[in-house]
Design a protein. Structure first.
Length: 317
């Protein structure tokens, strides 16, 4: 009998169809069909969780046979990992496959901010070009980029920034001696030395509001913030306040605290670029993520080690 799997969040059709070929899939039954869920909950051996969604202890407690949680994404801060570890539930994710897309997108946002590309597009569309020219933008070569978090994505952003003749520095939990870039232990100290502060660290309680009012003040009125990581990494209230007061030059945000809901004040600002959490949203990367999600589940149920178990669970099999 095929293992029974619960989709905790809404899944793309491509992934759902593939899961149904390999497992007995229940799509958000816990939310939409409570009576049916009560009847099948004791048989659910695996869950699939979208990277932006939550798997709390309370739901795990309703699934006594749960063995594995497969997260569709690199970040797993929505999963109550301590609860999973207590239960011996294996948590897997899909790291690395989205690195290039996210790094490319971070560069696109930096270029858009520095060269005023969205403003230029609106200027032409509004028919304002015959009446005059836009104000000058800034040269990107020679700009200083500070990267918050120097994992796979941070390193990929640094490589791309170097190709644009930008200087790179970073802040991270620990220094990476093999890297040629300047290391800062504190984000505010890094922010004071750069033109673009790019957030690429992992989410979770330990990094919540890692970029706060102090870092934004240090970034200053000529500095830009770019966030392609998690909305919780930035103190959004402090960011809005800094933007309204023009204490920083602008921001480009692909992620938000409380997404998909976005603060109305952010939507009204002409020096802010907003995108709907799409840095990794390419056909190629999403297919790779979906394939790895299924492979993680298949390997678990085959009795072997899934290719990408999170570190907290990697030694438990």
């Amino acid at each position: 009998m095929r293992p029974q799997i619960l989709a905790v969040s809404k899944l793309p059709d491509m992934l759902a169809v593939s899961l149904e070929k390999n497992f007995c899939l229940h799509r958000q039954t816990h939310e939409h069909e409570p009576d049916r869920f009560a009847a099948i909950a004791s048989q659910i051996r695996g869950v699939v969780v979208g990277g932006k969604y939550r798997l709390p202890r309370s739901l795990m407690d309703r699934l006594p046979a749960l063995e594995v949680a497969s997260v569709v994404g690199a970040g797993y801060d929505g999963v109550d990992v301590p609860a999973a570890v207590e239960r011996g539930i294996v948590v897997t994710h899909t790291p690395a496959v989205h690195t290039d897309d996210v790094a490319d997108f971070a560069m696109a946002l930096m270029l858009s901010l520095g060269r005023h590309i969205p403003q230029a597009d609106r200027f032409v569309r509004a028919g304002r070009w015959p009446g005059g020219s836009l104000p000058f933008s800034s040269t990107m070569a020679g700009s200083r980029v500070g990267i918050v978090g120097m994992g796979h994505i941070g390193c990929a952003i640094a490589d791309r920034a170097g190709a644009f003749k930008m200087s790179v520095a970073y802040a991270a939990r620990t220094e990476k001696p093999h890297l040629p870039h300047r290391f800062f232990r504190h984000v505010a100290d890094l922010a004071a030395q750069v033109d673009f502060l790019v957030v690429a660290a992992s989410g979770g309680l330990s990094t919540r509001h890692l970029v706060g009012a102090e870092a934004l003040a240090a970034l200053g009125p000529a500095g830009f913030l770019v966030n392609v990581a998690r909305g919780t990494l930035v103190d959004q209230a402090a960011l809005v306040e800094a933007l309204v007061a023009r204490r920083i030059a602008g921001a480009a945000l692909d992620v938000f605290d409380g997404e998909p809901h976005v603060d109305d004040r952010l939507r009204s600002m002409d020096n802010v670029i907003l995108t709907p959490h799409i840095a990794s949203a390419t056909h190629q990367t999403r297919k790779a993520m979906f394939d790895l999600t299924i492979e993680n589940l298949r390997r678990h149920f085959d009795g072997s080690q899934p290719p990408h178990t999170i570190p907290e669970c990697s030694n438990r099999r």
